[in-house]
Design a binder for this molecule. Structure first.
Ligand code: AP5
Length: 225
């Protein structure tokens, strides 16, 4: 079993890479932001609460996130290992995760830190479009859908996330540097951190991640088109 944390600022490519890694391994992708957005679509109290923080670019309170993630990883599909995307984001979340895993004689095996400069992050966030139906992600600057506003995969409608406006994105980055950056040193001290250049092409970033996890990319090659 392998448990991997993807650490990095908003727009670094955590979601993009986690999706591919999970398709190419037996690991389950668990994304805190996606869980909040799903809760909001379902109209739950958790979703409404999370939205009030997300729209301001603030972090959802630790106890709320921790409870949600621990419930999620207790599900049977997480038994073979997890790729954490967007969690943990604070020292308190990291400690809670470790404690919960320790209770099950489990552990975090690697933390992949995606490094991308701030100006690139802002451009990626501003250009991101997501499919309402299947969740596929596009970017109007880097890889737009073939038909503007329409998903190539399922023809669903593409939308821009409400927290992807420039003002909110700037604030999300400030919050990241203040509250999440300290985790880099935290995991470095535990000798779990692998720094990955997240500015390269998507497929090269994936290869670098597989290499860091000591997974032979050829054994997990993507299906031929
Ligand atoms: P969340 O949904 O986790 O957002 P985030 O961390 O801000 O990250 P993003 O989804 O913006 O970026 P990403 O790194 O996944 O990049 P992506 O792959 O999409 O969190 C949202 C909010 O929820 C938070 O602000 C907070 O309020 C709350 N929250 C969530 N978790 C929480 C927690 N643990 N504690 C408290 N609150 C929490 O890529 C971005 C764009 O770039 C896409 O268009 C993509 O196609 C493109 N792209 C990706 N890689 C490349 C590349 N190599 N080259 C060119 N383009 C690329």
């Amino acid at each position: 079993m392998t448990n991997v944390i993807l650490l990095g600022p908003p727009g670094a490519g955590k979601g993009t890479q986690a999706k591919t890694l999970s398709e190419r391994t037996s690991l389950t992708h668990v994304a805190s932001g996606d869980l909040f957005r799903a809760a909001l679509r379902e109209g739950t109290e958790l979703g409404m609460l999370a939205k009030s923080y997300m729209d301001r670019g603030e972090l959802v309170p630790n106890e709320v996130v921790i409870r949600m993630i621990l419930e999620r990883i207790a599900q049977p599909d997480c038994g073979a290992g997890v790729i954490f995307d967007g969690f943990p984001r604070t020292r308190e979340q990291a400690t809670a995760l470790e404690a919960a895993m320790g209770e099950h004689h489990n552990q975090i095996d690697a933390v992949l830190y995606l490094r991308v400069p701030r100006d690139v992050l802002l451009r990626r966030i501003a250009g991101r479009q997501t499919c309402k139906t299947c969740g596929a992600t596009y970017n109007i600057y880097y890889f737009p859908s073939h038909r503007p506003g329409i998903c190539d995969a399922c023809r669903g409608k593409l939308y821009q996330r409400s927290d992807d406006s420039i003002e909110t994105a700037e604030h999300r980055l400030d919050v990241y540097f203040e509250q999440t950056m300290p985790l880099i040193e935290y995991y470095q001290r535990q000798e779990l951190l692998h720094e990955i250049d997240g500015q390269r092409e998507i497929s090269l970033v994936t290869e670098a991640m597989l290499h860091a996890l000591k997974i032979n990319p050829e054994l997990t090659a993507p299906p031929k088109e």
